[in-house]
Design a protein. Sequence first.
Lengths: 447, 182
Amino acid sequence: MASDDLQASNGEAELADYRAFVQRQTASLVRDLTRVLFGDFDVVLRPESADPGFGSLAMMTNVAINSARNAINEKEALLDELKAQGAVVRSEKAILEAILETSDDGILYVSKEGRVAYANRLFWGLTGLMEDEHGELELEELIENLGAQGVSPADAFAPVLAAVATGAAEPVHVRFDLDRPAPRSFRAIWRPSESAVGESDGNLLVLRDISQVEEARRAKDQLLGNLAHEVRTPLTTIKGFVDLLARGHLGELEQRQAEALRTVSKNVERLTDLVANMLDADRVRTGVAKPTPSDLESVVREVVGNESPRGEKRGLRVVMRIAPLWVLCDRASLVQITRNLISNAIKYTPSGTVFVRVASGDDGFAELVVEDTGIGIPSAEIDRIFDRFYRAENEFVYAVGGTGVGLSIVKSFVESVGGSIDVESQPGKGSSFRVKLRSADGVSQAG
Amino acid sequence: MMGHVMNLLVQFVAELGGDETVRRIFEAAEVEAQEYRFEQVYPEEEFGALVAAGLEVLDVDVPTLEREFAEYFMRVSPELFPAIFELSGDARTLLKRIPTLHRSIPSAANRAAYRDKLFVEDCGEGGIRMRYDSPHRLCGFLKHLTRLTLEYYGEAGDVHEVECSRDGKSACVVEVTFDKAA
């Protein structure tokens, strides 16, 4: 064999060897990378020889595999952490659900988009609505559907819808009744719910069935009313005999006897006032004013004439500016309204002036305004002064005495004949009560 | 659809009818003639158009195309991916790994376009259960591939379609049992 041929033959053999080497290396690489593909990240590529090309490829591939393994480990650690957090969240959710589902209140959660997102079973039970029909309704639709349960609560929920529309952050209290699934009375509080970072996250409606409370209140009212009626008759007799004794019709009294009798008389007066107030409260419960024409001017003059002497003893002035107006409210109720307002003004004004004005409004209403320079009402309490039996937290108020039903009677009577009452007050400066009653102009004044 | 499968379909047609047939199929499908990229995900409509054009140009029915394409697929795949077949070791392991392999192929850039069409559930002694949910409804192709996989490993078993999307089901379900004696 010639030298050239030998060299060529050697060259071909080397090339064949190198091809075989490359094939082995490639097959080994593919095999190792396939193991990686199947999830074996412990693979380490080891080239058969120190070939620089395969050495670099193997090194960089090992680095890439390590990077991938590290990334996967980090993600797995993160996943484990998330799983652990998920378990905590699930546990807390289970606790929260248990609390919500065993609550004595119906609870509704409305998302910030305005849709019903959650309600506990009691909510559906109390309202008689079906969860599967109302579970994803918008709040307005839900309220509308409550109307099918007998009494439309749309008006009661108007403040809630207003709060939703304006995004108000203050809680809203509402009260409403439903006829179905059973006659029930409810008190509800609507309040925004905040996320962990303090952002508005939706709203909660907590619904409390106050039917039993209302029933107890009615029973109490009835008891008080009956009691007052039962007490009035013997009290009248006692008062009559005390008067007879005081006037000496049953014989002259010694000084000590007269003093004792004055004490008895004073307390009989207080007891009589108390019973009168209780009977007024009962009247609010059982009846309403009638929209029959009455002479407001004469009523005001009569009441001021009766009540003002109590103030005059303390130097209090009662100033009247009275227009001759008739209003649609029966006289007995009108006397009650006027007396309670003027009597209160005199009682709670230690000194100064009580102004009583009657004027015609331009909207078909007559206005009775009773204004004083008295102790005034704190703003925090002004919404509650028309509640029955409510009395302001004030030493002077307690010293003056009373049952706390006077203003509730006024409000009840005024509203029952289509009128309204509002109040403005500043503590230490005085109060102004403005009653609007429908004018009787054009209505027969014979009644 | 993965470019790898589309490329195999084109190569299969080329083997059957040559480059002219491939050109006619692209033309009939109204698809630009091209070599599909292995790691790329292409629109399903494009694959559907190629299959429909293949049926028309080759003048074959769906079962024939499914059978023939499966034969080609299983002939070339062990040559293209010897390590996968070798490391899997048996039909059951390979079939279970197919969804993972499919998900590994698309590049990161177009992974979002990828949608799983095959789900494999290991039923233990009961074999495996494959759920095939594809708009192309080529469950015949899947069944042939499965039988050929058993054959590749020299195994015996049963491939049985229990639900088919062509019968109005939401997806095709193919159950595979493996004969222990094999």
